[in-house]
Design a protein. Structure first.
Length: 294
């Protein structure tokens, strides 16, 4: 948790275990995360309202003290069996809204704790929206200076055994070359390309990737995975559900508009033998600043 902030961590669990989610066959990533968070919040509020039909216990020890609460859905909790772990590939993409190394490390630690694993097989980094161009990635032609801090943090976690394979998202040929040449201990093995930005992968990018054995993969993730207005809407739907009209989720005195997204971690669990996706879900961190000047 960031100093001077309150935090809500939302753990959707394995959304493929939810029939209502699976019935929505074709969901773009921006809709998937919204549906997953909404499902988790709805279930959390339902459980809080049904406990002995009495006013639910206050979640927050103090409305103005730093704290973290975790909201999950016990019906969809998914811990990977250690006996089957070797036959699974856990792939993660982290969408961070800050360059902070501690925030990035908290995201991957939270995800590994949720899944009951000690290592992520493949992790892709997505830059904070403020540092991206319109179509995602660093502003075309820009430098990779902003990426270096995040990459260095990811490498540190990889060297500690938490990540096996590291990749990036939406770098053009020049930027990918800059990062590749600068990185010493671990170099990027994957570069995801948003086909909304380029319908055909540029030849220069293809050539450099072939030269360095970097895999080029496509994606359709939005530039901003969970925009402020979306967070406002999701929390506003649960801002007055108790008998007294107070929130069943937010601390007293807080409104939905006080909160913003700090990071989103999306994971998928693939059975390596047959390519079947066994699990898919999101962890989301929402924060509210409570101490000025921090």
């Amino acid at each position: 948790m960031m100093k001077g902030h309150q935090e809500i961590k939302i753990d959707t669990g394995n959304l493929l275990s939810c029939d209502s989610f699976k019935r929505k066959v074709i969901l773009i990533p921006a809709v998937e995360v919204i549906e997953g968070v909404k499902l988790t919040l709805d279930e959390f509020v339902r459980r809080r309202q049904s406990v002995d039909c009495t006013p639910p216990k206050e979640l927050w020890t103090s409305p103005d003290s730093p704290a973290t609460i975790i909201i999950d859905n016990p019906h969809l909790t998914h811990k990977i069996d250690p006996l089957t772990r070797s036959g699974l590939k856990v792939s993660v993409k982290v969408f961070t809204y800050t360059k902070s190394c501690s925030v990035f490390t908290d995201a991957i630690n939270s995800l590994m704790s949720s899944l009951g694993i000690d290592c992520i097989d493949s992790l892709t980094l997505s830059l904070p929206p403020a540092l991206q161009g319109r179509a995602g990635g660093i502003i075309p032609g820009g430098s990779i200076e902003e990426m270096k801090a995040i990459w260095a943090c990811a490498v540190k976690n990889a060297l500690n055994g938490k990540i096996k394979d590291l990749g990036v998202s939406d770098l053009d040929a020049s930027q990918l070359r800059q990062l590749y040449d600068w990185a010493e201990e671990i170099k990027p093995s994957v570069n995801q390309v948003n086909l909304d930005a380029c319908c055909v992968i540029p030849p220069e990018l293809q050539s450099f990737a072939k030269e360095t054995n970097i895999r080029l993969l496509t994606h359709n993730d939005p530039r901003d995975m969970l925009p402020k207005e979306t967070v406002d809407g999701l929390l506003s739907n649960h801002s007055s559900h108790s008998e007294g009209g107070s929130s069943l989720i937010l601390p007293s005195g807080s409104s939905a508009t006080d909160w913003s997204c700090l990071w989103v971690a999306r994971y998928s669990i693939l059975v390596t033998g047959n390519g079947v996706i066994e699990g898919k879900g999101f962890l989301v961190s929402l924060v509210r600043k409570i101490v000025d000047g921090v």
